[in-house]
Design a binder for this molecule. Sequence first.
Ligand code: ATP
Ligand code: MG
Length: 311
Amino acid sequence: MLEIKNVTKTYNYSYKALDGVNLSVKSGEIFALLGPNGAGKSTLINSICGVVNFDSGNISVDGYDVIKNWRKAKTLIGLVPQELNLEQFEKVIDNINFSRGIHGKAPDNQYIEDLMKELSLFDKKENKLRELSGGMKRRVLIAKALSHQPKILFLDEPTASVDPELRKDFWEVVKRLKQRGITIILTTHYIHEAQELADRVAIINNGKIILVDETSELLKKMGEKKIHIKLNEKIDNLPDSLKKLNVEINGNGNLFFRFNSANGHNKIDDVLNFLKNNNYSVKDLSTEESSLEEIFIKLVEENRNELSRNL
Ligand SMILES: Nc1ncnc2c1ncn2[C@@H]1O[C@H](COP(=O)(O)OP(=O)(O)OP(=O)(O)O)[C@@H](O)[C@H]1O
Ligand SMILES: [Mg+2]
């Protein structure tokens, strides 16, 4: 559905905001772009959507080159930009209908009405934009982006400044769009949001894609589990055999260690066997899994060290 080949973008003749980006997104996927402020997420999305002129490389949407076939590409794309850019003195319904019109689609009152209902905007359809709350304005942006029935929807930080309840509603909307076969690309700083929604994630840093993977695979491969073991007896000094297994004592006098699925299972056996053989009895055992957020921070940190080593 989306093919990006070797795309670069330089601002002010010197600053490389995109540095050889390659990416492909399958039809019907929800794909999340993650990265710190200034990483190049918006520049990439805006390059695809024709808002930013990229310097070199190729981008195609559903087989249509976004430069050579820009007219066709535009009809396939819906964009919810990061910045709110609404006509404050116009009514909600006029805003949405206008968007459909500029994409060259004939009016379709039923579709627009259903869309407003789906986004809980129908009650506000006669209100002027300036009379809406920030979260409601974001919903109007989403309605505008969907007004011409695009096949691929770009959401650039759609839930920034949206309250937790509205955010959950929004997740439901995105899941329903996916069920209808719409491909969705979103950027977010709420990594929990990517974990909840995305089939795959890409991490971008300094204009370069540093990783693309399925969300579940990433959690499996890079995720760590933390195991907490509460014993009936208190251990003050760790025996060497446990130290060798990198077991630690936490603040409450309980045992604690980390493992990842690649190498972890023997380690759990080893720790439990040691405890059993030395007559310690386990009162409670709990595990804690790392989130995409922890993985993300780790990857960006590693990448930063890598970059400074290369300088
Ligand atoms: N119009 C512009 N002129 C000059 N530099 C720009 C322009 N737009 C963006 N940049 C620079 O390009 C880099 C990438 O910006 P971009 O907006 O793509 O980042 P982002 O990943 O979307 O960040 P955020 O998470 O803050 O939205 C930044 O260093 C930014 O300052
Ligand atoms: Mg941005």
